[in-house]
Design a protein around this ligand. Structure first.
Ligand code: RFL
Ligand code: PHB
Length: 400
């Protein structure tokens, strides 16, 4: 059996695990990351696209800010489409100067992976049979196998960070009588398409409510677009030819955008379920959960990756304080501090999802109520401001 030693063992090389590894390394705290998939597979998952300023600042703090500075597209407004008409919500004006940045999770992950390998830090990919040990005590460890070694390997550490996403193993190590779970599964999914065509709306992300269902226009660059349409979860990707997708997307937008839409062959197409989920607490003994490992939001509010980033901000600060001062206040308060922000983002994402999608059980009545609320929202400065301040991300000191 091979045994490695480190200070923090990180399970999962998604954005949460990689960002935590980078921030800890900069503070002189040794860490090893293990990941179930290959690097290529991790980079092939097309997911988030919108970063709050807090997340962009954290990338700079982690030393990988140049990617988002050079390749990110700063947005000052979002557009809401309903009843075939587009209404801008000027988020920067409404929040006293805040912006969001379009920058893909794939690009952000690549920046962090490249930095990690340039620094020679240990990341072990394609691990199997991951298990955690001794998290109730003072000497936890993580064991696993790699696909090319049959013998088990162990990482001895001071702390374990469970950054292994919704389907990971870390959360399962919090005893059932302690872990509380809260969940809502929505009766539809999102079909997403990535295509090398210029974004139809380069200056604003477009969220559309239509009688045919929700649609979203986003981007990865000025030549690469990311679009979504609401679809039944029973649909298969093979049910959606490119032609059918473009036709459906255009029918859910206002006539001007539909007319301007440049279509082309898809380079990725996938269907994602929509779920709200929180597991509490986020810490048990020496195990700390971060990101999708302990909370999921439906993607409508673009909060998932941003929440993962703020968890990691608080967790890295807590570990840094601990190693500098031996005081445990930061690690003791970690879960409660994160959960305050998480539940506000859960509320916002649930509200925006409820407002923008077609629900099978409310049909025509639900559509009329949504349109009435949207009309109220775009006319009322206070409601527009509430949407804007949540979209750009509530200030970090909001709950202090
Ligand atoms: P990830 O990205 O799921 O990474 C977890 C990693 O852990 C690995 N893993 C294991 N490794 C070792 N051992 C095990 N036993 C393991 N089990 C799992 C996995 O292979 C994986 O590499 O979680 P993380 O790091 O917490 O990051 C969270 C984000 O990925 C997620 O919240 C966002 O993608 C959500 N999201 C969005 N968030 C935003 O902030 N803005 C957006 O615009 C946005 N759009 C989206 C989204 C998510 C979407 N989907 C597909 C759910 C759009 C979509 C369509
Ligand atoms: C994306 O660009 O993938 C994206 C943008 C906004 C969202 C969700 C996803 O709310």
């Amino acid at each position: 059996m091979t045994t490695l030693k480190t200070q923090v063992a990180i399970v999962g090389a998604g954005p949460a695990g990689l960002l935590l590894g980078a921030l800890l390394h900069r503070a002189g705290i040794a860490n090893i990351i293990i990941e179930r998939q290959s690097p290529e597979y991790v980079l092939s998952r097309i997911r988030a696209g919108i970063l709050e300023q807090v997340s962009v600042d954290l990338l700079h703090e982690a030393g990988v800010g140049s990617g988002v500075s050079d390749g990110g597209i700063v947005h000052h407004s979002i557009d809401l489409v309903f009843k075939n008409t587009r209404h801008p919500i000027e988020v920067t004006h409404l929040t006293g100067g805040k912006v969001v940045t379009a920058y893909g999770q794939t690009e952000l992950t690549r920046d962090l992976m490249e930095q990690r390998s340039a620094l020679g830090l240990t990341s072990i990919y394609q691990v199997i049979e991951v298990d955690l040990h001794g998290i109730d005590g003072t000497q936890p460890s993580v064991s696993y196998k790699t696909t090319d070694h049959s013998e088990r390997q162990t990482i001895e550490c001071d702390f374990v960070a469970g950054c292994d996403g919704f389907h990971g193993v870390a959360r399962q190590h919090i005893p059932k009588n302690i872990l509380q779970e809260f969940e809502r599964v929505y009766p539809f999914g999102w079909l997403g398409v990535l295509a090398d065509v210029p974004p139809v709306s380069p200056h604003a992300i477009v969220y559309a409510n239509s009688e045919r269902g929700f649609a979203l226009c986003s981007m990865r660059s000025l030549t690469r677009s990311r679009y979504y349409v609401q679809c039944p979860m029973s649909d298969q990707v093979s049910d959606w030819s490119d032609d059918r997708f473009w036709d459906e997307l255009k029918r859910r937008l206002d006539p001007e955008l539909a007319e301007k839409m440049v279509t082309g062959p898809s380079i990725e197409k996938s269907i994602a379920p929509l779920r709200s989920y929180v597991a509490e607490p986020m810490r048990h003994g020496r195990l700390f959960l971060a990101g999708d490992a302990c909370h999921i939001v439906p993607p409508t509010g673009a909060k998932g990756l941003n929440l993962a980033a703020t968890d990691v901000k608080y967790l890295s600060q807590a570990f840094i304080d601990y190693y500098r001062t031996q005081k445990t206040l930061g690690i003791d308060e970690y879960s409660a501090k994160c959960l305050k922000r998480i539940w506000k983002a859960e509320r916002f994402s649930w509200w925006l999802t409820s407002l923008m999608h077609r629900f099978p059980d409310t049909a025509g009545f639900g559509q009329k109520i949504q349109e009435a609320e949207l009309e109220y929202l775009v006319k009322s400065e206070s409601l527009s401001r509430s949407l804007a301040e949540n979209y750009v991300g509530l200030p970090l000191d909001f709950d202090q």
